[in-house]
Ligand binder design. Structure first.
Ligand SMILES: [Fe+2]
Length: 388
């Protein structure tokens, strides 16, 4: 006799169940500054959401923050990105996120479902008086979510302040589920609810129809694709090197304008390297997915060389950190590039690397660490004289 379920058993089958309201991700931090941070998370159904936060030392003083646009408090959404403003520099804050399901959103009435609250997490705002920097750089993860734990473990002390994903975290963009499964959840399980990551685009993040939606989920510093930030004695610049083929390549069907994008960045790069902030720094480090040298002769590399090469060479840049080639190594300073270029490894087991950057006023050390925990090579920089 064929086995048939009872009515009660049938109800337990997931297909028959109405999906319950849930947080699809833990909160993840973006755009950390001295005075603010952006808290992001995703719900499975439209909700009315906010962040509760407080100075860790003053838990009695809880503040609440929504996103407000032109007088309207943002609601009935699933992708949350809430900026916590007016924070004190160099302080520890605790926070949790709260989402209340909106079952029906009418002009004059709203029907709410359950309210969900995340665990409590904490973060530190940037201390502008800090004399140290600690950055964990990963590159070319290429849709391998298990790599994050392997790579993060290579840092050792866990004393990094932030993680910079230096391009090609994905093969191409397919949708929200990919972002959740291949980046947000694995990173939140390790660090991203307490320390932010910066998602720099490589040539692969520009591909796939969902590439247009990335900005809804992530927010880099100054909410820009390329940006600069000071951590302790280090002035970091992160560039978006765009696609690897010429804009008129068949693959892009006329939808690529990366030459002018890189040219615009080169003008900006010259300006930021001449800024008072850069001149005050003891070290200047540039992060860019496609290295301008040692990266073949495709258009992306050659155009990066053409537009960024002279600016980097004349801009007192101390080091460039890249990925892209899947061939890890350190290329010491030479005539073409009077600064060392570190290139991180590829996504395959045995080829995965991180770049561990730590600096104080006496020196900067960048270690290229293979997943075997061997230090492949390192760059040591002495602080140069202040230029300002
Ligand atoms: Fe790449």
């Amino acid at each position: 006799m064929p086995k048939t379920g009872t009515a009660l058993e049938m109800l337990d089958q997931p297909l028959l169940k109405e999906e319950t309201f849930s947080l699809l991700t833990p909160p993840y931090l973006q755009h950390l500054k001295t005075d603010g941070v952006t808290v992001c998370w995703i719900t499975n159904k439209p909700a009315f959401s906010h962040v509760e936060y407080w100075l860790t030392d003053a838990p009695q003083d809880v503040k609440i923050q929504h996103t407000v646009r032109d007088g309207m408090v943002l609601a009935n959404n699933t992708i949350n990105k809430i900026r916590l403003p007016d924070l004190e520099p160099g302080q520890s804050y605790s926070y949790r996120v709260v989402s209340k399901e909106i079952i029906e959103f009418k002009a004059y009435s709203k029907t709410f479902g359950p309210t969900l609250t995340s665990e409590t997490f904490s973060f530190h705002t940037i201390d502008p008086t800090s004399k140290t920097a600690a950055l964990l750089v990963m590159n070319d993860v290429h849709d391998r979510p298990d790599s994050f734990a392997v790579l993060e473990g290579l840092y050792g002390s866990r004393a990094y302040q932030e993680v910079l994903l230096n391009g090609d975290t994905f093969d191409y963009q397919t949708g929200e589920q990919q972002l959740i499964d291949h980046l947000i959840k694995p990173c939140a399980a390790i660090f991203a609810s307490n320390k932010p990551f910066m998602l720099m685009r490589g040539n692969h993040e520009t591909r796939g129809d969902f590439a247009y939606a990335l900005g809804k989920y992530f927010e880099n510093i100054d909410d820009n694709a390329y940006f600069a930030f000071t951590r302790g004695p280090v002035f970091f610049v992160a560039l978006d090197t765009g696609e690897d083929k010429a804009d008129d390549a068949d693959a892009y069907h006329g939808m690529a304008k990366f030459d002018e994008f890189r040219e615009k960045q080169a003008v900006w790069l010259k300006t930021v390297l001449e800024s008072a902030e850069a001149k005050k720094a003891r070290y200047r480090v540039v992060l860019m997915h496609i290295p301008p040298y040692h990266s073949g002769d495709w258009h992306g590399t050659m155009h990066c060389r053409k537009v960024f090469g002279p600016v980097l060479a004349n801009g007192h840049v101390d080091m460039v950190i890249s990925g892209h080639t899947h061939r890890y190594g350190v290329h010491q300073a030479q005539e073409d590039h009077p600064y060392p270029i570190i290139i991180g490894g590829g996504p395959k087991e045995g080829q995965r690397t991180i770049v561990k950057v730590e600096a104080n006023e006496d020196g900067l050390e960048a270690q290229l660490i293979l997943e075997t925990k061997d230090i492949v090579d390192r760059v040591l920089l002495k602080p140069h004289q202040l230029l300002g």
